[in-house]
Design a protein. Structure first.
Length: 311
């Protein structure tokens, strides 16, 4: 079986870590590189977090430093969910895993290099702010023709989380997201519409922890660290946002949605970062630039998560 080459760009917080561990157990894909961008926390945390979790996952691919801040704005972080270390206060439990000196190549250049190397077959999974992709698109005008598809965790066809209008990843760097959506690259968008349906209950987290490997015990502890944040707001479990696009690369059958037009608001005062979509509207844009996912078979989502983590 020919593996799908995947470049994984992330801002490793709690749900990014779960996605990395799943990716490391997916025989259908080959992680050819990882980029660590600032987002959930600063790059001083996302880089070592990504390196260590990738090693824990058995991924033998280089981790590249991405952007320290958005293209045109100050960095907004989400430490209130992911804790100061990005891993729910559990980063010290894997601090024995060595962190290499970062390659001289930065993440945006690595994306381009891998796209050229794989001759149009590279898939990018981006689950943090889109800054690295934005820089790559600005620097390499031919890049859109070299990437097969970008799977993102970002945006929403209907609502926000960091503000009433905007989802966090898009809000942090709306200009980079706008560049991506206007690039012509095929986009598979896993926004809040679907990721808030892809959750793990406390009992399912315990089941992961009971698998008994260091990796699964670690990710169960990390996920539990932010569980109260969700439960006290009336949700049934922790949203596993970033696992959605990773699983969708191989298992699109468990997700549903349709093509739609997406525009990114970069000027509004109360709508900054909103992914304005015609998914539900009678009046349509004159373009369709993303497959917008709005639903998931949660039972199958949990089953696949457990299946991969048990490998």
């Amino acid at each position: 079986m020919e593996k799908i080459p995947v470049f994984f760009d992330c801002d490793t917080g709690t749900d990014d870590a779960a996605a990395i561990l799943i990716a490391g157990k997916m025989p259908e894909i080959e992680i050819v590189g990882l980029g660590a961008v600032a987002g959930n926390v600063g790059i001083e945390h996302t880089y070592p977090n990504t390196c260590r979790v990738a090693k824990l996952a058995g991924i033998d691919a280089p981790v590249y430093k991405g952007a320290e801040e958005p293209m045109f704005r100050p960095l907004v972080k989400a430490e209130y969910i992911h804790a100061n270390d990005g891993l729910g206060g559990k980063a010290d439990t894997i601090s024995d895993i060595p962190v290499p000196e970062p390659p001289k190549t930065r993440a945006w250049d690595a994306i381009y290099n891998e796209a050229v190397k794989h001759n149009g077959e590279l898939v990018v999974v981006a689950v943090g702010p889109m800054t690295d992709l934005g820089i790559a698109l600005a620097k390499y005008k031919e890049l859109p023709k070299l990437i097969k598809k970008v799977y993102i965790m970002g945006g929403s066809a209907s609502f926000g989380n960091i503000t009433p209008a905007a989802e966090f990843n898009i809000y942090v760097d709306p200009e980079a997201a706008k560049m991506l959506f206007e690039s012509g690259i095929p986009i598979y968008m896993c926004g809040l519409d679907v990721t808030e349906k892809a959750y793990l209950t406390p009992e399912e987290m315990d089941e992961i922890g009971n698998i008994g490997t260091r990796a699964t015990e670690f990710i169960a502890d990390v996920c539990r660290s932010s569980l109260e944040f969700y439960l006290t707001r009336g949700y049934k479990g922790k949203f596993m946002h970033d696992s959605c696009p990773m699983l969708a690369v191989v298992h699109p059958e468990i997700f549903s949605g349709k093509m739609a037009g997406i525009a990114v608001e970069t000027k509004g005062k109360i709508t900054l970062g909103r992914t304005v979509s015609d998914y539900y509207t009678d009046r349509k844009f004159d373009f369709e630039n993303a497959f917008v996912v709005t639903d998931v078979d949660r039972e199958k989502f949990v089953e696949l998560t457990l299946e991969y983590l048990k490998k």
